[in-house]
Design a protein. Structure first.
Length: 154
């Protein structure tokens, strides 16, 4: 009896662990590209698994917006807004009476910035996002991913 309880407990734990692993349909990468003296672009790229979509910064419903926030850094001065690069899809949701904006496959969030002085520094921040599955309409809970990008200013 004890062996069967132990076996079923272990089986449930393994299944729950496997389920959690599968529920990560977005892979993020972070990099800085130098454009000129003290001028850089930050690229925050999302690769999205098939049948899933990631909402835009202006998703149409505030709770689903992708939000990229930066930790204050006195060396860095952001220039303009974060630009999205990807194929934006728009869907009119009759139930919510909204137009929802999202991406499939990939999207690159690009922030241009200037360094106040030519020194090495690190840009830190957080991406907060929601993804949904088109097969069953399931949306995962809001997820937060911290990032740290080295800027070689020298």
């Amino acid at each position: 009896m004890k062996k069967s309880i132990l076996f079923f407990s272990l089986l449930i734990l393994i299944c729950a662990s496997a389920h959690t692993t599968l529920e990560n349909p977005v892979n993020w990468t972070f990099e800085a590209k130098k454009l000129g003296p003290k001028v850089y672009e930050l690229h925050i790229k999302a690769r999205i698994d098939p049948f899933w979509h990631l909402y835009a910064q202006d998703a149409g419903e505030k709770l689903m917006n992708t939000l990229i926030s930066f930790t204050p850094n006195p060396i860095i001065k952001p220039e303009g807004k974060i630009i999205e690069s990807g194929t934006l899809k728009k869907e009119n949701d009759q139930n919510l009476k909204l137009t929802l904006n999202y991406y499939y496959n990939q999207v690159d969030f690009v922030q241009k910035l200037n360094l106040r002085s030519p020194v090495n520094t690190t840009v830190k921040g957080m991406v907060t996002y929601v993804v949904c599955n088109d097969k069953d309409g399931k949306c995962l809970p809001t997820k937060k991913v911290p990032f740290s990008i080295l800027i070689a200013g020298k």
